[in-house]
Unconditional design. Structure first.
Length: 202
């Protein structure tokens, strides 16, 4: 089932402009992103769902004028929290440990992320990537076309949707109805291609 969705999903090259996605369907697709895994369960990704024409126009301008951003029914900005140690302190209910190990979880987050913006940024892209994939698969399951878009100016995207400081846009996911059937992009012919067992040299 999941493999089928993976096999049929392709990035939309264009969308049918001006056709809204029913709110309920959009919310169902976003539910998938809510369920995605994240390091220490810190759930650092927020989703800014943009459907207004003026916002999509601003996002298009921030994304090297990619037309599909404006034509999509909705563009989801995946924005990561870059202050993960503070997040663990602020949101104890997120602990992935049993309640009696909360202090241990907070301490782990402190050790891993306090004063380590590089690690927070790495985590932003790892967790953001998984959330984006969840969104793409949910969209496929809901019969919607989708496209991940990483070609954008982060500062302009942040401005377009009013992100607070310490929130980094890691990816846009455009959702809508296909304008044209996307070409099936090539993949390695066999599952074993590109896979190495046990070590790089095998
Ligand atoms: C991180 C990332 C960034 C991407 N950025 C863009 C983009 O800015 N514009 C675009 O048209 N496609 C973008 N894509 C889509 C890729 O071109 C596409 O996934 C790839 O060619 C494989 O095709 P498929 O998704 O149809 O299987 C991006 C994909 C990923 C994973």
């Amino acid at each position: 089932m999941i493999l089928e969705a993976l096999a049929s999903r392709r990035s939309a090259r264009s969308f049918e402009p001006g056709r809204p996605i029913p709110r309920e369907l959009l919310e169902r697709v976003l539910e998938a992103a809510r369920l995605a895994p994240s390091a220490l369960n810190l759930q650092p990704i927020s989703f800014v769902v943009c459907t207004r024409p003026e916002t999509k126009r601003a996002l298009r301008a921030a994304a090297f004028d990619q037309q599909k951003i404006e034509d999509a029914s909705a563009v989801v900005v995946l924005a990561a929290d870059l202050e993960l140690a503070a997040r663990a302190r602020r949101r104890p209910e997120l602990s992935c440990f049993e309640p009696e190990r909360l202090a241990e979880w907070t301490e782990l987050a402190r050790m891993a992320y306090d004063g380590r913006p590089d690690r927070c940024r790495d985590e932003a892209f790892r967790s953001g990537g998984l959330s984006a994939m969840a969104l793409l698969l949910a969209a496929e399951g809901a019969g919607l076309a989708s496209a991940p878009v990483g070609g954008f100016d982060a500062e302009r995207v942040a401005r377009a949707v009013g992100l607070p400081p310490a929130r980094l846009p890691v990816l846009l996911v455009a959702l809508g109805y296909p304008g044209a059937k996307p070409r099936l992009t090539p993949r390695p012919p066999r599952a074993s291609d590109g896979v190495r067992w046990e070590s790089w040299s095998g």
